[in-house]
Design a protein around this ligand. Structure first.
Ligand code: ADP
Ligand code: GN1
Ligand code: MG
Length: 362
């Protein structure tokens, strides 16, 4: 995309200052993110994002959700006397017409204030993991009294494993790109676990597992830290919607406690860093204990398996479908990702007992 086109988009938003430099940031798989630097120190920089409209079909609902979530959190933080609120919770910048997004005829765009002097991590230490656990638990706690009915599902059935398995089975059956054969061994492994993984939806139907407002993408890089290593702000709120707390706990362990990369080509590098698991669990339970039910609490390690399993299923489904959902860096990227997630699942399974005992002892 041409710089002048992006500048034209920037001009539609109600920003202060003159844009001086625009540069891509981050490595998300869904949206495109740019930092818009403004001239001089008196005005903030901004984050401009092109929303992936194939993934988020209802941008109006998406942006309304984010506005509700951020204003609710801002109110909570203000009540606590927190300072520098614009560094602690995202602030959406409206367009000059007062809308929460801009549609340029082709793409949907939104803008937030850039939180400067902040860092994101792709891998973290046990010390940071404990703070991260506390921050995500606190995020859920602050949202525990938001009017849930006011928040829509930005992606229907996003973390519903029964739905994800249905998509997976459809992809296997249509085999649109002739890839099902080479993936047979992995497909069989995943299908063999389907019944066990659907337990979470059964618990919900039986009234044993509640839905709450959860982040649903608690990857390590979705928390901003300050330069001293203190958590500042939970970002990437696209999927904040009603869900299970197991998702947030599980997705952090899936990304933060993996000794390898999410898409590691060398499966031997993939394992669970138990120090990270323990530290994150401790921090999370410290701030979430007030609202967690015993059923939620004892299923947290299962949540780590579930989210890793779900990710293996989603990557593999995308591979079978011909790579239409996730950005890929090479032709077999989704295949590599699904194997790496499966290896992590096996490692989590091997440590299930140890993880359960640790949570029970907290
Ligand atoms: P994606 O959905 O693609 O993961 P994110 O919203 O997580 O997009 O943004 C991608 C990256 O951009 C983040 O990991 C972070 O490094 C940076 N970023 C996003 N929003 C902000 C912000 N408001 N202030 C500072 N950095 C940000
Ligand atoms: C996507 O946007 P990003 O890269 O943080 C995906 C998550 C997956 C993740 C896997 C809306 O998150 O669900 O867990 O990739 N987000 C969406 O890395 O599908
Ligand atoms: Mg992100």
């Amino acid at each position: 995309m041409e710089r002048t086109q992006i500048e034209a988009v920037v001009a539609r938003f109600d920003t202060a200052g003159r844009p001086a430099r625009i540069a891509p940031v981050g490595n998300g798989w869904i949206n495109d993110t740019f930092r818009v630097e403004t001239e001089g120190a008196a005005t903030p920089d901004y984050i401009l994002q092109r929303i992936n409209h194939r993934v988020f079909r209802d941008v109006e609902r998406l942006q309304n959700n984010i506005e509700r979530v951020t204003s609710h959190i801002r109110r909570k933080l203000a009540e606590r006397g927190t300072e520098e609120l614009d560094r602690r919770v995202l602030r959406l910048i409206p367009t000059r017409e007062g809308k929460l997004f801009h549609f340029d005829g082709e793409s949907y765009w939104r803008m937030t204030i850039f939180i400067d002097r902040s860092v994101t991590h792709e891998t973290i230490t046990p010390e940071l993991a404990e703070l991260t656990g506390r921050a995500f638990g606190d995020f859920q706690a602050m949202l525990s009294d938001i009017d849930e009915g006011a928040l829509g599902e930005t992606i229907p059935d996003f973390h519903n494993i029964e739905f994800r398995l249905e998509q997976f089975r459809d992809a296997l059956e249509s085999d649109a790109h002739g890839r099902a054969g080479e993936m047979r061994a992995l497909s069989d492994e995943l299908l063999a676990r389907a019944g066990r993984m659907c337990r979470v939806e059964r618990l919900h139907r039986e009234g044993k597992l509640p839905k709450r407002v959860t982040h649903c993408d608690t990857k390590v890089n979705n928390l901003l830290f300050d330069e001293e290593g203190r958590p500042l702000c939970v970002i990437d709120l696209d999927t904040t919607m009603p869900g299970y707390v197991l998702s947030d706990f599980g997705d952090f362990i899936r990304t933060g406690a993996n000794t390898g990369a999410e898409d590691d080509a060398d499966l031997d590098r993939v394992d669970v860093n138990m120090d990270i698991f323990r530290s994150f669990s401790k921090g999370y339970i410290d701030s979430a204990a007030s609202f967690l039910t015993p059923c939620e609490r004892e299923n947290l390690p299962f949540g780590a398996q579930l989210l890793t399993y779900m990710q293996a299923v989603r990557f593999l489904t995308d591979y079978l479908d011909g790579d239409t959902y996730y950005k890929i860096l090479h032709p077999t990227h989704n295949r590599q990702r699904s194997w790496a997630q499966f290896r992590l699942l096996q490692r989590l399974e091997a440590r299930e007992r140890e993880m359960n005992d640790f949570i029970a002892g907290l």
